[in-house]
Design a protein around this ligand. Sequence first.
Ligand code: PEP
Ligand code: MN
Length: 337
Amino acid sequence: MVIVMKPQARKEDITGVEKLLKSMGFDVHISEGSERTIIGVIGDKRLLADTPLELLPGVDRMVHIVEPYKLAGRAFHPENTVIKIGNEEIGGNKVAVMAGPCAVESGEQLLNTARFLKSQGVGFLRGGAFKPRSSPYSFQGLEEDGLKILAEARDETGLLLVSEAVSERTLELAAKYVDVIQIGARNMQNFALLREAGRMKLPVVLKRGLSATIEEWLNAAEYIMNEGNYNIILCERGIRTFETYTRNTLDLSSIPSVKELSHLPVIADPSHGTGRWNLVAPMSRAAIAAGTDGLLVEVHPSPKEALSDGPQSLNFTSFARLMDDIRNIAGFLGRES
Ligand code: PEP
Ligand code: MN
């Protein structure tokens, strides 16, 4: 349930409602919009049967939410959530770009890539230090050494860092080095990890699970938000279908769907979404047309030699071409890039 306050509600009206609900054992989440404040109430609403909240000063109305996710839904926060990270913003008018190799492989590989991406106007450097590989015999990542290399690249270039955590332990470690934590598709329903990510304040890129419905994905975001971290960037990275030509099926319809259902920013990952480097640019263009708040793209100095996800990684030349496409389409749609 959410309580919609009147536009002219005073601060003490809001704290009055908050205190009363907390004294009754509810979890209370406050969303301050530009027009009015909305109070999200989590708990057994039958307890409110004899409490006419509508009569409290400053309260406009109560809205019962039928969706299982409450805080991630538009009713709780009607305006788009814009997440500020360093000098970058996700969820506003700009098409954000997160790019970099699937995995951090060496200092040289990552620093070369970082310098190139910086020269292209990219805001975020991505690179996995803990890799959730499908086979235990595949390269698993450089772990903390990889995080240290990422931090070096940030110190030199000023790029913001995005890297994946695969467990509660690696989350704690990654949080010491990066600006944004990625929770990967395979961990979208790792509820202990989601809760832990909710207890820290770093923004989270939450990838859609391999066969997750949009509702399951938003419920995963709800786990994080319910612990107090509202800085979530949803990432459409393709779902598993009967099609095998592409690695996954990039569900572009999820972008406008999520924007309708939720206030959270949503970005697209055409690299994992297709598994083929030559499909990355067309699907990036389509994702921008569909309203994505940003793109997450794998780039490698020499994709053929990549230790993971080479076939879907762009080399520097094709990435530079993609950046031209992004600028053109974003400009045509009145977006910044
Ligand atoms: C990745 O970003 O490299 C990754 C492993 O992604 P996903 O979780 O979407 O498979
Ligand atoms: Mn990858």
